[in-house]
Design a protein around this ligand. Structure first.
Ligand code: BG6
Ligand code: MG
Length: 219
């Protein structure tokens, strides 16, 4: 039986992709690197250090690890400053309604994000109150597609993976959910999350009613 829900943050609860893009773009411009929205799409769900690795590969650049970490930190400072502009108006349509609904129905809810800035983003949205457990980039060392972040959330919720539904917008996030034995809801196009157990174009469509109808025997 389904007793809990685990949510990715960026691209599921709110859309921080644009802010990540602007911060990486500022760094790339400073470094004279090529970086556009197409490359940015590849960073969805990917950790900060893996992200800079993808951008450097795209530019055929190789730097000592210490310098790479310094540059990623610089991008993060730009990104964190930009998070101040997020307000409770910035939920993706449908996300706040779903979180409220889950609270009303008594489901356990965890966050399962790759971001090390998740508590700041949740605070800006005033969304912390919807979560029993916060699992993020600070909670585990192996990032998605490893299932560790979702296993962390399930363990803290005292639930088994098969008792949890995971919401994800990233290919690597759906891979992580499936690898951990969770029920996966994909948010986004078929080419990205078509391998989830059920897929919706956006959060507005991914209501509790729809998810219950899909996993009928599990509720
Ligand atoms: C994920 C985003 O949620 O978090 C990625 O989809 C991002 O784009 C990753 O790189 C890490 O985020 P942060 O805030 O720790 O740099
Ligand atoms: Mg995401």
């Amino acid at each position: 039986m389904i007793k809990g829900f685990i949510f990715d943050l960026d691209g599921v609860i709110t859309d921080t992709a644009e802010l990540h893009f602007l911060a990486w773009k500022a760094l790339a411009d400073e470094m004279g690197w090529n970086f556009d929205r197409e490359v940015n799409e590849k960073l969805r769900g990917v950790s900060r250090l893996d992200s800079i690795g993808i951008i450097m590969d795209h530019n055929a650049v190789n730097l000592p690890e210490k310098e790479v970490v310094e540059l990623a930190t610089k991008k993060n400072e730009i990104y964190v400053a930009s998070l101040n502009q997020i307000t409770p108006e910035d939920y993706l349509p449908g996300a706040r309604e779903l979180l409220t609904h889950l609270r009303q129905e008594g489901f356990k809810v965890a966050l399962g994000s790759a971001s090390k800035n998740s508590t700041k983003v949740l605070a800006q949205l005033d969304a912390t109150k919807y979560f029993d457990v916060i699992g993020d980039g600070n909670s585990v060392s192996k990032s998605k597609p490893a299932p560790d972040i979702f296993l962390f959330g399930a363990e803290k919720l005292e639930l088994k993976p098969e008792e949890c539904v995971v919401y994800e917008d990233a290919e690597s996030g759906v891979d992580a959910a499936k690898a951990g034995g969770f029920h996966a809801v994909g948010i986004g196009p078929k080419e990205r999350v078509g391998h989830a157990d059920v897929r919706f174009d956006d959060m507005k469509q991914a209501t509790l009613f729809e998810v219950k109808s899909h996993f009928k025997d599990l509720f």
